[in-house]
Design a protein around this ligand. Structure first.
Ligand code: FAD
Ligand code: DHB
Length: 396
């Protein structure tokens, strides 16, 4: 079957869904093709923290109601090390900004509902997606669904298909400059049935490795500890997991984690990755298809949102007044914000994780940096400004 649309979007993650919705609000039509089922994308546990600009954008474009009702606004985070907790007052240090703890799969549910209400098609469960004629003004994608071949012709292709999707590979290798840093650790993430242990997220450094104490609801908590990326979740019983958390969070303040039944476990890898360029011909990459961050800065979804704002403006200007400038400058504009987020994610990761085989001077530098961040208003302000998120391009 053959169809035609203005923008063909590969991938119904945060990047693809938000792009479709923003384009619709500009009167621009799109079709989304997605490899997984709706149930799968709406049920996959990933991110938890939305930056201030992401929250404002979701509200501005009419998909923020459930987030404002069910999300948790946090005005600070805590850094724990040396047996003590230190608060970074995000709100005060940034002139009133905050972050929202609201799970990515809930954002996905809100965006899928909005996109379908727009009358936009999301083809779920597609396979064998391939990109064609991206160097011409009539690109297309082909895919299979239910054993049948399909083709969508379009003006633009948005590659929003995450790190492993086909879009990035469609840019000739010779013009792609890829930067990669693999960290020698992973994160072991759990969901458990327990009340919150803290009013705010705790990023904890210890000689046994990093811990993040996050939350989901008053009854469900999300926590992570640094692990060997090649480890297996089956090596970790509930007792062993809680013993590890207790050892890493040992403190002089009489404070302890509230423990409960663990009902979800998973290990994620830690990488910094940037693909320069993020465009070729009529193909534009957005989100994880072009860049990956280690999760310590809570930036991945938020960088994806920043990209699609830039891309929406560029495509809108093309249709509105034939301007090519935004499209030509897409990669350069988007990458500026991406590199900042990448650096911040690396900064948080190296400040908070211990890596095997490190020399003692690197360990002491880490402690010196932590001491500085919690004792200098200038250093704390820099961390806070990056953590709540630097401004997006304006959509106006
Ligand atoms: P994805 O979410 O990867 O979406 C891509 C979509 O494309 C998927 O639905 C996929 O099925 C589809 N696809 C792939 N290949 C194909 C194909 N061939 N054909 C069709 N469809 C395809 N970020 C934050 O901002 N804050 C956080 O607190 C945070 N915490 C995190 C915690 C964890 C444990 C993890 C794993 C990630 C975290 N992130 C966080 C990162 C964030 O989840 C990602 O950056 C975000 O999902 C990127 O969105 P995306 O739309 O670019 O890509
Ligand atoms: C969560 C994930 C992160 O990567 C982070 O930095 C903060 C919170 C979370 O899943 O809650």
């Amino acid at each position: 079957m053959m169809e035609r649309t203005q923008v063909c979007i590969i991938g119904a993650g945060p990047a693809g869904l938000l792009l479709s919705h923003l384009l619709h609000r500009q009167g621009i039509a799109s079709i989304i093709v997605e490899a997984q089922t709706r149930e799968a994308i709406e049920g996959t546990i990933k991110a938890g923290v939305l930056e201030h600009p992401t929250v404002e954008l979701l509200k501005q474009v009419g998909v923020g109601a459930r987030m404002m009702r069910d999300g948790f606004e946090h005005h600070g985070i805590e850094l724990a090390f040396g047996g003590k907790r230190h608060r970074i007052d995000l709100h005060e240090l940034t002139g009133g900004k905050s972050i929202m703890v609201y799970p990515q799969h809930e954002v996905i549910k809100d965006l899928v509902a909005a996109v379908l209400a727009n009358g936009t098609t999301i083809e779920f469960g597609v396979s064998d997606v391939s990109l064609h004629d991206i160097e011409t003004t009539r690109p297309s994608i082909r895919y299979a669904k239910g054993g049948e071949p399909h083709e969508i012709q379009c003006d633009f292709i948005a590659g929003c298909d995450g790190f492993h999707g086909p879009s990035r590979q469609a840019i000739p290798a010779a013009i792609r400059q890829e930067h990669l840093k693999v960290y020698p650790c992973g994160w072991f993430g759990i969901l458990c049935e327990a009340p919150p242990s803290s009013d705010e997220l705790i990023y904890a450094q210890s000689d046994r490795g990093f811990v993040l104490v996050s939350t989901r609801t008053p009854k469900i908590q999300r926590m992570y500890f640094q692990c060997d990326p090649a480890d297996n979740v089956n090596n970790w019983s509930e007792d062993r997991i809680w013993a590890e958390f207790r050892a890493r969070l040992a403190n002089n303040e009489g404070w302890a984690l509230k423990e409960g039944r663990i009902f979800q476990k998973g290990i994620i890898a830690m990488r910094s990755f940037i693909c320069e360029t993020m465009q070729h011909g009529r193909l534009f990459l957005a989100g994880d298809s072009a860049h990956i961050v280690p999760p310590t800065g809570a930036k991945g979804l938020n960088l994806a949102a920043g990209d699609v704002v830039v891309l929406t403006r560029a495509i809108r200007d093309f249709y509105r007044n034939g301007s090519q400038a935004g499209l030509d400058g897409y990669s350069t504009t988007a990458l500026k914000r991406v590199w900042r987020g990448e650096h911040f994610s690396w900064f948080m990761t190296t400040m908070l994780h211990d890596f095997e085989g490190e020399d003692t001077i690197t360990r002491r530098f880490r402690r010196a940096q932590l001491d500085y961040v919690v004792s200098s208003r200038a250093a704390a302000t820099s961390l806070a400004e990056n953590y709540v998120g630097l401004p997006f391009e304006s959509l106006d």
